[in-house]
Each structure stands twice: as C-alpha cells, then as structure tokens.
Design a binder for this molecule. Structure first.
Ligand SMILES: [Ca+2]
Ligand SMILES: [Ca+2]
Length: 115
C-alpha cells in the first residue's frame, strides 16, 4: 500500500482523521504515535518527532497494565492501548492518490480491516 500510520500533527489534520473515522464503521483506530522507546515521552513513529499538540481523553495516557505504548483515536480523543490490540488503522500517504481524501498535502484513509 505504501502508506504509514497517520500522524495528524496539525489541528486541521486531527479534525480530518476524526471525521474519517466517524464516517467509517468504526470508532477506534490506530494512529502513528508511540512511547515504546521512553515511557511517557510520546513521539510520532515515523521520525520520532515529539507531539506538539495532543488530544488525550480524560485520564489518558494511563499506560494501563504497564503495557500501553501505542496511540489510538477514539471518538476524536486519544488513548494509549497495548500495541498488540487488533484494530483498524488510519493511514496517510504523501503523494496524490485520487481514492484517498486530502487534508493539506497529507492523504488519509481509514482501512476497513484489522491491521
Ligand atoms: Ca506507555
Ligand atoms: Ca489507556
């Protein structure tokens, strides 16, 4: 497929991926953030950029069972979950694909399968 997990680093991109998930059959989907390298220090997986703006839900991230190092969007807010959880994902791609929706120069798509 050539894309990677979405990294909605701007408010516009966050709003866009939230809408995509809402339009899909799902409510929760993976995004490309993790703190697996350093607990509590969340970065975007692709280039290890630290988060600049965040949308954590109440009480999150809570590193539940000391095993939550991956990022999901859930109803528009963020939660950390165990990376081994099977969920659909929001992916992005930096080149034009007409079947993908666009927010700025990043192309997002919610994949309707587990990943
Ligand atoms: Ca964690
Ligand atoms: Ca959590």
């Amino acid at each position: 497929m050539g894309g990677n997990l979405a990294e909605p680093i701007t408010k516009e991109q966050h709003a866009f991926q939230k809408e995509l998930i809402e339009q899909s059959a799902f409510t929760v989907a993976w995004l490309g953030g993790t703190d697996m390298n350093s607990e509590g220090n969340w970065t975007w997986a692709d280039c290890q950029r630290p988060f600049t703006i965040t949308y954590w839900g109440n009480g999150e991230p809570n590193n539940g069972a000391d095993d939550e190092d991956c990022l999901v969007s859930s109803g528009g807010s963020w939660n950390d979950l165990s990376c081994s959880t099977e969920l659909q994902c929001v992916c992005e791609k930096n080149v034009c694909m007409k079947t993908w929706a666009t927010a700025g120069y990043i192309y997002f798509k919610v994949f309707l399968r587990l990943c």
